[in-house]
Design a protein around this ligand. Structure first.
Ligand code: T3D
Length: 262
């Protein structure tokens, strides 16, 4: 695998690091392909029960590598929709639909698609020094990689429009206070806290986590009646898992459960 992404397998989880620090981990094609391969490997590996996504150096990710977008190379009317459908959209869906928790440790600036890739993860922790920037309007583009979706759903139209139209750098603390991310933590605590979460998830009921993700994703478009049906179906499935049996047995025996993730 290319070193534009580092993929470290640990006991029960993986740490995946965007690794083009001199470009603030902006995406080129090689980094896209390497990240996709790393996430595919995490998805297919039952021993990997959680993923931490982070960035090398002082940034998390500055979105698309703009040195690959020199107008002289692209010509008069480039079709950026092709990049979205080839790379960014599949990446967003790959992160969101991974059947195990994905923790994003935003170690520094997250701009453009970099901000929205972070928001596609299940739990977003950010270093207090990190900023989230919908940088698109600065270069005459529209927020992509789910940006208009996450911002509008999490923050409402007023804040979504202000962030998108002004490219205002949102601090990690404001992002947490506004409900865009889970928590802002001291910079030096970021990786320890992300790893602690991944370690806990690696010992948890992985299949129930996957079903929980499904239920929460469905909730954003369902009526209450529809969502109750979704919960019924997913609970039926969870109730047939080994982890449910183990969870109840452990509770009754007053011991810690030993979940196998199935
Ligand atoms: O094109 C398509 O296919 C459509 C898809 C689009 C998706 C997108 O993500 S569009 C948005 C692209 N991203 C941006 O517009 C962000 C551009 N970067 C910035 O605005 C700033 O770099 C930051 C606000 C992120 C950070 O600022 P700062 O002052 O902390 O760092 P810096 O000095 O600007 O950047 C450090 C280096 O990284 C610098 O290189 P140098 O001068 O040291 O050699 C800079 O050029 C490089 N860098 C930062 N972002 C990018 C980048 N190089 C290429 N592409 C970048 N996106």
């Amino acid at each position: 695998m290319s070193d534009t992404v580092l993929h470290e397998r640990r006991d029960g989880y993986a740490v995946v690091t965007l690794n083009r620090p001199d470009r603030l981990n902006a995406f080129n094609e090689a980094q896209h392909l390497a990240l996709r391969a790393a996430l595919d490997e995490c998805a297919g590996d039952d021993a990997c029960r959680a993923v931490v996504l982070t960035g090398a150096g002082r940034g998390f990710c500055a979105g698309q590598d703009l040195s690959d977008r020199d107008p002289a190379m692209l010509g008069a009317a480039p079709d950026l929709g092709i990049t979205l459908e080839t790379f960014y959209n599949p990446l967003v869906l790959q992160l969101r639909n991974l059947a195990k928790p994905v923790v994003c440790a935003v170690n520094g600036v997250a701009a453009g698609a970099g901000a929205n890739i972070a928001l596609a993860c299940d739990i977003v922790l950010a270093a207090k020094s990190a900023k989230f920037i919908q940088a698109f309007s600065k270069i005459g583009l529209v927020p992509d990689s789910g940006g208009t979706w996450w911002l509008t759903r999490h923050l409402g139209e007023a804040r979504a429009k202000a962030l998108a139209l002004t490219a205002h750098p949102l601090s990690a603390e404001d992002a947490a206070n506004w409900g865009l991310i889970w928590r802002a933590v001291e910079d030096e605590r970021l990786m320890a806290e992300a790893i602690a979460l991944a370690e806990a998830f690696a010992r948890g009921p992985t299949h129930a986590y996957a079903l929980t993700k499904q239920a929460i994703h469905a909730a954003s478009t369902n009526t209450l009646e529809e969502q109750l049906q979704v919960e019924r179906a997913l609970q039926r499935e969870a109730g047939r898992s080994d982890d449910y049996k183990e969870g109840v047995a452990a509770f009754l025996e007053k011991r810690a459960p030993e979940f196998k993730g199935k």
